[in-house]
Write a protein of this length. Structure first.
Length: 157
């Protein structure tokens, strides 16, 4: 018997799925509407191969992350570029990381989530995608830079 996930777990799952959806959109040229519909219909809460259960996700948060990542993509990509080494622009980084920075950037730019929460949550997402790599530390550094640029008052306490 499984217990229903709480709101925090569902928002965390929404972030994870948003990264996957943004990656899928970039790699397959699918529209926001099509990818969102696919995830909501076939991925949230599904059981694969009889044993792997996909998490329930906060659908509203998922939709907002994906649509705002698209709406603010140019701004987010510019913020990411400023956080990266000058000779390493966003279009040269791993596409999963690019999707992650866009989803996190959408939450930083257009939502009221405290930046430190966004950073922590997306570092956890990075750990899920890159469990043995240095990427989570890289994600932490880039998102910290982006959040401090966008919402400096959140760090001045």
């Amino acid at each position: 018997m499984t217990t229903k996930p709480d709101k925090k777990q569902m928002r965390s799952a929404a972030r994870f799925f948003a990264v996957q959806a943004l990656f899928q959109m970039e790699s397959s040229d699918q529209t926001v509407e099509r990818v969102v519909r696919e995830f909501e219909s076939h991925r949230f809460g599904e059981v694969f191969e009889g044993e792997y259960e996909m998490a329930e996700a906060d659908q509203k948060h998922f939709r907002n992350l994906v649509s705002e990542a698209v709406n603010f993509q140019a701004r987010i990509d510019q913020m990411t570029d400023r956080a990266l080494v000058a000779k390493w622009p966003i279009d040269r980084i791993d596409p999963v990381l690019r999707a992650l920075f866009r989803a996190a950037g959408a939450e930083i730019v257009s939502m009221d989530t405290p930046p430190k929460v966004v950073i922590t949550e997306f570092v956890d997402v990075a750990k899920a995608f890159f469990p043995d790599g240095k990427e989570p530390k890289f994600v932490n550094a880039v998102l910290d830079h982006m959040a401090r640029e966008e919402k400096p008052a959140a760090f001045s306490a």
